[in-house]
Design a protein around this ligand. Structure first.
Ligand code: ADP
Length: 247
């Protein structure tokens, strides 16, 4: 038996109003892939992500997550989400360890964390290089450190899918490369990475597969084919000249 696809969209149509913003989108993501979704503002990236995660339902077509209808999927522990800025943390005066501890909640319910739960928390902090910051408040972290803390939360929950929405916006330049190195090493360990990304060099340097969206999918293929295709200019316009991270 083949493993279920992580994401399987087939013929998805969707509109918030009578005007469709998603037309005939089919997309299958297999376990272990590292996929970037690119497109200009308003092209439907966030909508696509919400459809994939079951936060929106297609008007027609099907959206499955781990082999189940996405809107019925309820094993949140398998799924780690890292938002832009990880903004929710700004007002939360909690420590890094407390954030990462939340990753165990789907496993322990309202119960106390066992010794092995705490070991997972510490291991996750270690993996993302944040052990030394465990007792620091999230509000005191740099942008890159904060994003690492949220990745650690996903690791503590044993997520096998990481969805990241432009995760390095607001992260200082020196930390960006280390952040993508961390994602690469998690992907090597088998975690599926779904990256919504505006930074062309992050896409070309790291993703294995690129999906270009503008209400419909107009390119879906390996990153090296994307780099040689017209889709790159269409997706990134004038930014195409910065391939290789020349800025
Ligand atoms: P992106 O993430 O690529 O910027 P979005 O998925 O946010 O694109 O938006 C796709 C289209 O859907 C845009 O035209 C946007 O204005 C519209 N849209 C997004 N969210 C809503 C909403 N809640 N209600 C109505 N229209 C929306």
């Amino acid at each position: 038996m083949t493993a279920d696809a992580v994401v399987d969209l087939s013929g998805v149509e969707f509109g918030y109003t009578a005007t469709p913003v998603m037309r005939d989108v089919s997309l299958r993501v297999e376990p272990g892939e590292y996929l970037a979704i690119v497109g200009p503002n308003g092209s439907g990236k966030s909508t696509l992500m919400k459809l994939m995660l079951g936060l929106l339902q297609p008007d027609s077509g099907t959206a499955n997550l781990f082999g189940e209808p996405a809107h019925e999927f309820d094993d949140g522990a398998r799924l780690g989400y890292v938002a832009q800025h990880a903004s929710a943390s700004k007002e939360m005066p909690i420590t890094v360890r407390e954030v990462v501890k939340m990753g165990r909640f789907p496993h322990v319910g309202f119960g106390r964390l066992s010794k092995s739960d705490w070991e997972r928390v510490d291991q996750a902090l270690d993996t993302v290089g944040m052990a030394a910051f465990a007792d620091r408040r999230v509000t005191q972290l740099s942008g890159g450190q904060r994003q690492r803390a949220f990745i650690a939360r996903a690791l503590a929950s044993e997520a096998d899918l990481l969805v990241l929405d432009e995760p390095t916006v607001g992260v200082d330049a020196e930390s960006v490369e280390a952040f993508y190195d961390l994602l690469a090493s998690l992907n090597e360990q088998g975690i599926t990475i779904l990256l919504i990304e505006h930074d062309l060099s992050a896409v070309t340097n790291h993703a294995e597969r690129v999906v270009c969206l503008n209400k419909e999918v107009y390119f879906d293929g390996p990153t090296d084919e994307f780099v040689d295709s017209d889709a790159l200019g269409r997706a990134f316009g004038g930014a195409a000249s910065v391939v290789g991270g020349a800025e």
